[in-house]
Design a protein around this ligand. Sequence first.
Ligand code: ZN
Ligand code: ZN
Length: 278
Amino acid sequence: MRITFLGVRGSTPAPGEEFLRYGGHTSCVAIAHDGETPSLLLDAGTGIRRTSSLMGGEPFRGSIMLTHLHWDHVHGLPFCDATDRNDARVTLFVPDQLDGSDPLEMLSRGMSPPHFPVRADELRGDWYFVSLGASQLEVEGFSVLVEEIPHKGGRTYGFRVSDATGTVVYMPDHCPSALGEGPDGLGEYHPAALSLCQEADVLIHDAQLLKEELAAEAYFGHAAAEYAVELARHANVAKAVLFHHKQNRVDDDLDEVARRFGATPEVIVATQHTVLEL
Ligand SMILES: [Zn+2]
Ligand SMILES: [Zn+2]
């Protein structure tokens, strides 16, 4: 399995020279089976625009799974050259909000006039819109566990994605302190988080906040970087990848974040150039 980070920023894109090394595109991660081009994209933040650089001129033919519908996870969707072309084929999994809306209707609340000129079903290529509940399913040859996790403002999922070579867990937006302080004040190590993460090779997790920011800012629905690392430790995950960086956390600040942690588990502060092979 190859995991390519295409956008690692949280909340809103962060352009500018002080963000160049870690990157300013919002959440998107591409997953490929060994030796293949990516067939699974997790979230469609502005980083999804970079998918075409992985496709060797070919269209994307695969699935996009959205953890939730906040702007920073969907706003790249209409601007991705690899998916908006006549020969593309995309199955888009949209989190079921349990209000009876069909997936296209739900997406169109944010992507249709007057908010935006184009609806998702007007993108070029063959698009299929699928409602996603908490479940275990097969997607593009990957086994995917979908679990609801606490965030803020809309149903939000974490994903556990496996193939024969390994397992990666993706939890870009997660507010464990919504369930209580937990044993160390960082939030609860709750059953959904633990079942997603147990014995995985890699955990890609919300690191929007630092522990000293939690008291004032957990209200916005995010986790501290320290929680991400501790969750990896609790669930026996070898690598914790800090992700969904705060929009104003510049490169030098993110270098400092990396220095907070010891050797076990291995901690990687994601850049939009990070590639992991399992
Ligand atoms: Zn987000
Ligand atoms: Zn969010």
